[in-house]
Design a protein around this ligand. Structure first.
Ligand SMILES: Nc1ncnc2c1ncn2[C@@H]1O[C@H](COP(=O)(O)OP(=O)(O)OP(=O)(O)O)[C@@H](O)[C@H]1O
Ligand SMILES: [Mg+2]
Length: 407
């Protein structure tokens, strides 16, 4: 029977986001959401295990007590510079003399080989995106099932994570008392909730602007084609404001959210902001806040531009750029990315969910995406097994594929 209730947790570098949801026929019904600052994590790595365990317990307890639902296992998404992407190749000879029909077992074997060959020591594969299958050196296809060939090659794109560093995050979840159902990279998870199938088919670039990292995910033909991670996020802008204006970090963070506007025109010196610092009030020029952030922001925009230009997929992103993550809320940042890259940019909106409490912000993209992913995985996919003209042919194919799959 199809499962109905899902719980997800996005473990970001600035906050945890948790969602409890019920899968209805056509949409995801959100039962409860929670977000809280994260403790015990530093740039994706566990720095204080007990703090992280405590945060996870608190946020999931909140969801449980709000809904009365006992949460046992959860889906998690993670982010950090211990995530790597690379291509991997595998090939298999199907038959020595004549050609033969490609079975699911052949495809699974090839995919397993590509994973084994592409993974480094101390790495775990998080995602595998078969790019193309090449039959007999000259016929390329996305779905070779049932086709005739003598040999078959696969080019696969892998996202992997350091086994040890990811293991530490998983340990925190387990010590908090939860089983882990699945682990996704947070950018991939966000793709499930904010991108349409049509955009992914035509070509779209998802940019996740987080606290410590900005990641770029290039989708085309419904699959991930390229991935880049830039070690710069919204917190770096806060650092700059805090240092340059000699303000406590939390105050700089508030100022960034409330008063930093990255528009085409620089703010006028006459625009003032009043802040409360060490018990007394101080007047700051809005242009000073902008100046504090400007240099590194320009540097950051340059990095985004060169990450896009270094991708062979850049010209295929015909549906433009979709921005998610907390720092996508920074006023004017998406316009800056648009003018700097020359590509249309829109803010990612979470699609087709009913949340009762109004629209969910882009900060929930990864947590909701985890639920989309898990719900889709739940659907039985018999299409590939059920090929054949007559019921007898389909039944024979079904049994043959099952047999080849498991024996
Ligand atoms: N309204 C806002 N205006 C400007 N910046 C904002 C706003 N809301 C959040 N941010 C910034 O977004 C960043 C956090 O983004 P997000 O919540 O996506 O991070 P995360 O998922 O915890 O981190 P990461 O993706 O790097 O692991 C912080 O730097 C925060 O200051
Ligand atoms: Mg994030």
């Amino acid at each position: 029977m199809k499962r109905k209730i899902f719980c997800s947790l996005d473990i970001g570098n600035s906050k945890l986001t948790a969602v409890l949801a019920k899968a209805e026929k056509q949409r995801i019904n959100i039962l409860a959401t929670a977000t809280s600052p994260v403790r015990g994590l530093s740039k994706g790595r566990v720095a204080e295990l007990a703090d992280l365990v405590d945060c996870i317990q608190q946020i999931l307890d909140k969801l449980s007590s709000e809904t009365g639902i006992n949460i046992k296992s959860i889906l998690i998404s993670v982010n950090g510079d211990y995530i790597h992407a690379r291509y991997s190749f595998a090939a298999v000879a199907l038959s020595e003399i004549a050609n033969r029909q490609i079975s699911l077992a052949d495809i699974n074997y090839l995919r397993r080989q590509a994973k084994l060959l592409g993974v480094h020591m101390d790495e775990t594969i998080l995602h595998e995106f078969p790019q193309t299958y090449i039959l007999d050196d000259d016929h390329s296809t996305f779905n070779p099932l049932g086709l005739l060939a003598r040999k078959i090659k696969l080019n696969s794109y892998l996202l992997s994570a350091s086994h040890t560093l990811l293991g530490n995050v998983k340990t925190a979840v387990q010590q908090a008392g939860y089983d882990i159902e699945d682990v996704l990279y947070s950018g991939v998870a966000s793709g499930f909730s904010v991108l349409s199938a049509e955009e992914k088919e035509k070509g779209v670039l998802l940019i996740d602007l987080g606290a410590c990292f900005t990641s770029l995910l290039f989708f085309k033909d419904k699959i991930l084609r390229d991935f880049k991670i830039i070690p710069f996020g919204g917190n770096d802008i806060t650092d700059d404001i805090s240092k340059s204006l000699e303000l406590p970090w939390e105050l700089a963070e508030d100022l960034k959210k409330s008063s930093l506007v990255l528009s085409a025109q620089d703010p006028k010196a006459s625009d003032k902001v009043v802040v409360r610092r060490f018990g007394s009030y101080k007047t700051l020029e809005r242009s000073a806040i902008y100046e504090a952030a400007k240099i590194r922001l320009e540097e950051f925009l340059g990095k985004v531009r060169s990450a896009i230009h270094s991708s062979i997929w850049k010209d295929k992103m015909t549906s433009g750029i979709v921005g998610v993550g907390g720092a996508a809320n920074l006023e004017g940042i998406l316009e800056k990315i648009e003018s700097s890259t020359g590509m249309p940019v829109r803010l990612g909106h979470i699609k087709d969910v009913s949340s009762g409490g109004g629209a969910l912000g882009p900060q929930f993209a990864a947590a909701v995406g985890l639920i989309y992913y898990s719900d889709a995985k739940n659907l039985p996919s018999l299409k590939s097994y059920l090929m054949g003209k007559t019921p007898l042919e389909r039944a024979t194919n079904f049994i043959r594929n099952l047999y080849q799959d498991y024996f």
